[in-house]
Design a protein around this ligand. Sequence first.
Ligand SMILES: [Zn+2]
Length: 234
Amino acid sequence: MYGYGGYYLGYGGDWMLLLLPALLFAMYAQFKVTSSFNRYLRVASRSGYSGYEVARMILDRNGLHDVRIEPIGGNLTDHYDPRSKVVRLSRNVYNGRSIAAVSVAAHEVGHAMQHGEGYLPLIIRNNLAPIASIGARFVWILILLGFVVSYFFLELGIMLYVAIVLFQVVTLPVEFNASRRALYQLENFGIVYSDEIGSSREVLKAAALTYVAATLVSLAQLLRLLSLTGRRRN
Ligand SMILES: [Zn+2]
C-alpha cells in the first residue's frame, strides 16, 4: 500500500482512519434498520389499523385533509413529497397492520405536519435538496478533473460536497422531529398501546440511525478531501 500507493495514502490517509469506522457504522445501521423493520413487520399492532388508515387518521386530526396518500413500489421507499403534498407508502406499510407499518406511516405523516406548519429545518432541507442532488451526480467527476485538469474543478467539487454534507446535517433534526411527532400521535390517539410504543420507537430509531451514519460518512469523506487539497496546495 506504500510505494506509489504511499502517495495515495499520503493524501488524506490520516482521514481514512475516520472514514473506515464511519463506513462500518453505516453498514451496521443499514443492517439494523432492515432487521428491526422486518422483525416488527411480523408483529401485528393490536389496534388493528393499516398504515393507510393510520396516516389518514393522523392527517385528518391535524387538519391536513388536502394531503393525499398513495401506495408506492419497493421496500422502505416511504416518503412525503412536499411538492405534490402526497404521503407515499410502500405496499407493506400501506396495507400492513404491523407495528412497523403503523410506525413508518406515522413518521411520514410527521413530515407532512412539518411541511404544514413551515418547520424551519424542513424548509432549509428542501431548499438544499436540488443542489445536493446535482452535487451527488457531479461531485466525483469534478474532483477527478480537479486532479487531472485544473485546481478550479477541485474547489468546485469541494463546494458541492459541502452542500451535500449541509443537506445531510439539516436532515437529522427533520428526521428526529418527524419520529417524535409520530410517537406522540401513535400513543396519544391510542393507535399503538403503551406496551407497544417501545417497539415503535425501536423501528423509528433504527431508521434515524441510517441518516446519522450517512452524515458521518460524508463528513469523514469531506475532511479527507480537504486534507487532500491542503497537501496539494503545499
Ligand atoms: Zn423521514
